[in-house]
Ligand binder design. Structure first.
Ligand code: BJW
Ligand code: ZN
Length: 274
């Protein structure tokens, strides 16, 4: 199958969950969980910028992830994204996705804002997720934006995809494109405005598994910090957010987030609030 095996982490140490984080989570009127490719890594979905395994370490973004690339070679781009779609369909949510979904059921006003184009948050039980970079299962016409519904999973697709002609739009006949945000394209206006509004409301801003290198999404934790949110980062590696985050929980999301959830569930509640 085209999905990568779950990433090995040599006996990862679990960072302690600070009590002030648990208190803030319990009391916050606004909690944003801002995720990137790292949250899906333990489901076997490749990240972008990690050495060796990252998509942009193995494939040329300029030839695959821009509108000009699609116009120059629609079959190459469509086939590559069909391979990615197959990998997502074959994957399942991991312990990190599940912990976020449980946290959202437990605490009021949790919103998941993701840069990911997969649907693993939804499949873990988060019904409404803000997708900043679109969704792979939401293809649309390159010319008139008419939505396209995939008939089923891609069949017989090799590692890295093969050249496949995109389907034709049933309204205007132009090629259908993947429903993702490529370099140089604007983010969906409603998703961006919603995410920005949440980032200005304080509370807790929890970033999980992002290198925070892609703008404008990477502005969000900075905006949240300026508006008084407690910014918390979950990532096994250093990122530019180390300079912004109040708390860095260094480790894989699939270990750290269940530990965070457990700490929230164990928190003694004041009498009368049970
Ligand atoms: C774990 C883990 C585990 C591992 N647990 N963690 C300002 C300065 C410079 C450039 C720009 C700028 N503003 C805009 C730009 C240009 C560009 C940009 O940001 N470029 C930079 C890369 C330099 N931005 C754009 O073009 C954006 N559009 C835009 O700006 O529009 C305005 C405009 C309009 C018209 C003309 C001109 C401008 C659009 C950006 C779209 C990004 N698209 C992609 C591809 C989506 C489709 C697809 O899937 O193919 O989105 S690129 C890719 O990066 C994807 C991701 O969503 C995005 C972010 O990556 P992410 O999620 O952070 O992944 P990684 O791999 O980078 O990091 C993974 C992390 O996980 C690592 O830290 C690991 O350690 C960690 N990890 N295992 C927890 N188990
Ligand atoms: Zn069309």
């Amino acid at each position: 199958m085209s999905a990568l095996p779950p990433q090995p982490f040599a006996t990862p140490e679990l960072p302690a969950i600070p009590a002030r984080l648990v208190e803030r989570l319990a009391d916050a009127g606004n909690i944003v969980v801002f995720t990137g490719a790292g949250v899906s890594a333990e489901s076997g979905i490749a990240t972008f910028r990690q050495p060796v395994t990252g998509l942009w370490s193995r494939y040329n973004a300029a030839m695959l992830a821009t509108p000009a690339a699609f116009d120059a070679d629609p079959g190459l781009v469509w086939g590559w994204y069909e391979w990615r779609r197959a990998a997502i369909l074959a994957a399942a949510p991991n312990a990190g996705h599940r912990a976020i979904a449980t946290l959202a059921r437990l605490l009021p006003r949790v919103t998941v804002v993701t840069q990911n184009v997969d649907d693993l948050h939804e499949r873990a039980g988060n019904p409404s997720v803000v997708h900043l970079h679109g969704r792979l299962d939401a293809a649309r016409c390159r010319r008139c934006a008419h939505p396209f519904t995939h008939a089923g999973p891609p069949l017989d697709i090799p590692e890295g995809g093969d050249r496949r002609d995109p389907p034709a739009c049933d309204r205007c006949g132009a090629p259908v494109r993947p429903g993702v945000v490529w370099f140089g394209e604007s983010l969906p206006g409603d998703a961006w405005e919603h995410a920005m509004a949440l980032a200005t409301q304080g509370g807790v801003f929890l970033t999980v598994g992002t290198s925070a290198l892609v703008y404008p999404a990477a502005e969000l934790p900075q905006v949240a910090a300026r508006h008084g949110a407690l910014v918390v980062q979950v990532n096994p590696e250093p990122t530019p957010l180390d300079a912004v985050a109040d708390i860095s929980l260094q480790g894989p999301a699939g270990l750290v987030l269940p530990a965070l959830l457990e700490a929230v569930q164990r928190r003694p509640r004041p009498a009368g609030r049970r």
